[in-house]
Write a protein that binds this ligand. Structure first.
Ligand code: ACO
Length: 430
């Protein structure tokens, strides 16, 4: 279905017809290409508030209804019935795998988990207090210097090997960053373990004693990875697409995504939420804190609240909140007061006119940090955990873009407001 609009230049009377195209779900998008050709003007949309940057078949969000679909499947169903590895397959290949396909994929991911030993030595160059996101971003970019057999982006098999490799190795790189923080020996991946059990083992095992993997910890981690796996054209995914659109090495494109994810307005929010909860301290201080949030001069935000697309409950937040109870019961006595504080904060904020009128609800990261913390994962690693999950989505989007024969470099335009042309003034006359 398409709708036609007429654009008229009121000065000259010149008109052009614009067509709004409908997808399978969601609002129509207006194809504005004729505006430049017919009228010589560009559109102005800072922050992409009204712009669809691409066509995509991967993920659909209805922000008003609180709906999130991966390849058409509701995230609630995937969270309940699927696994992260199966979801990664779904995102990358577009359909749920058969038993044999899933087994082959799982096998390939498992067998690509080791990283080149030279790459591991990079960690020795980082200071003891380096932020793990800085290390992960740098080491992922460095993968471009190692895996030359899978970087011909025009070759489908190369793209596939790259996809498997990056999904498989991100946990290993994340674990190496974590062990560097602790100054503990690196623990190699184990091929007898499932994806999330292997992550827990690489993080928490030490050579001097056996480590037993708790099934609830593995299940909670798997759930968080599923829920963070993709979110259509968010800032980091758009960054991967933009970097990848130049034909850049795919590992470099993923590294760009890791860097974009780091910011507190995006994947860094999970770390910021726990800092915030700790600084609020107790239920008695919530009102004073929210007064600061509402005072625009204070530049304080209620972290883990609000979303560019969701103007309703983020469905992921509800699922994570429910998992918090199970995880805290088993491991999280230390985190229970923070969880109780978060619950009360949510309750108060959702009744407050400031949040109600702006349609601000808890997002995916309001509760995720509480689970990570209860699992023993330190705050500075939260965004790294997010990066492990989102790698599946980044790869799916990169694949979709690169395999499109109409791929073009992403190159936005601007409204220039700087000085007009002027002549250079020699230093002695300034
Ligand atoms: N606390 C207080 N006020 C907020 C918050 C918040 N968390 N979020 C939005 N607002 C207010 C803004 O001040 C603005 O108010 P105004 O109209 O009076 O000026 C209004 O709500 C709209 O907010 P914008 O910043 O314009 O919304 P935008 O879509 O650009 O930002 C964002 C979305 C970045 C997520 C924002 O809600 C935010 O900063 N949230 C806190 C950080 C966070 O949790 N980020 C994680 C997002 S999920 C993810 O990336 C994984």
């Amino acid at each position: 279905m398409s709708t036609k609009y007429e654009l008229k230049d009121l000065a000259t009377g010149k008109t052009s017809t614009l067509e709004a195209r409908g997808g399978t779900l969601g609002p129509q998008v207006l194809d504005i290409a004729p505006i430049v050709k017919d009228h010589g003007v560009f559109t102005f949309d800072p922050g992409f508030m009204a712009t669809a940057s691409t066509e995509s078949r991967i993920t659909y969000i209805d922000g008003d209804a609180g709906v999130l679909l991966y390849r058409g499947y509701p995230v609630e169903q995937l969270a309940e019935k699927s696994s992260f590895v199966e979801v990664a397959y779904l995102l990358i290949y577009g359909s749920l795998p058969s038993k044999a396909q899933l087994e082959a994929f799982r096998n390939s991911i498992t067998r690509h988990t080791m990283v080149n030993e030279h790459l591991l030595r990079f960690f020795q160059g980082f200071r003891y207090d380096a932020h793990p996101m800085a290390m992960v971003s740098a080491v992922v970019a460095s993968m471009a210097a190692f895996y030359h057999d899978s970087t011909d982006i025009n070759e489908p098999r190369h793209r596939e090997i790259f996809a498997h490799r990056i999904v498989a190795k991100l946990p290993t790189i994340a674990a190496a960053a974590y062990k560097h923080l602790l100054a503990q020996p690196f623990v190699y991946p184990r091929n007898d373990l499932r994806y999330c059990s292997n992550i827990l083992n690489m993080f928490f095992a030490v050579p001097c004693e056996p480590y037993s993997i708790d099934p609830i910890a593995a299940e909670a981690l798997d759930l968080l990875l599923i829920l963070h796996a993709d979110h259509e054209q968010n800032a980091s995914t758009s960054t991967v697409r933009l970097a990848g659109s130049t034909g850049a090495n795919p590992y470099a494109a993923i590294s760009a995504g890791v860097s974009a994810l780091w910011g507190p307005a995006h994947g860094g929010a999970n770390e910021a939420v726990l800092d915030m909860l700790e600084s609020i301290g107790s239920v008695a201080n919530i009102d004073a804190f929210l007064a600061r949030v509402k005072d625009k001069r204070d530049h304080v935000r209620l972290m883990g609240f609000g979303h560019r697309v969701y103007k309703n409950f983020d469905p992921r937040a509800k699922i994570i909140r429910a998992m918090c109870y199970r995880v805290l019961e088993k491991f999280g006595h230390a985190e229970t007061p923070l969880f109780e504080l978060a619950l009360r904060l949510e309750e108060i904020a959702l009744k407050d006119e400031y949040f109600v009128s702006r349609k601000l609800y808890p997002n995916v990261d309001f509760y995720s940090g509480i689970i990570y913390s209860a699992l023993g994962i330190p705050r500075s690693m939260f965004t790294v955990m997010f990066a492990i999950a989102r790698t599946a989505g980044w790869v799916a989007h990169w694949q979709e873009m690169v395999s499109d024969p109409h791929m073009r470099i992403g190159r936005p335009r601007q409204l220039y407001t700087g000085p007009t042309q002027r002549d250079y003034v020699p230093l002695d006359r300034r």
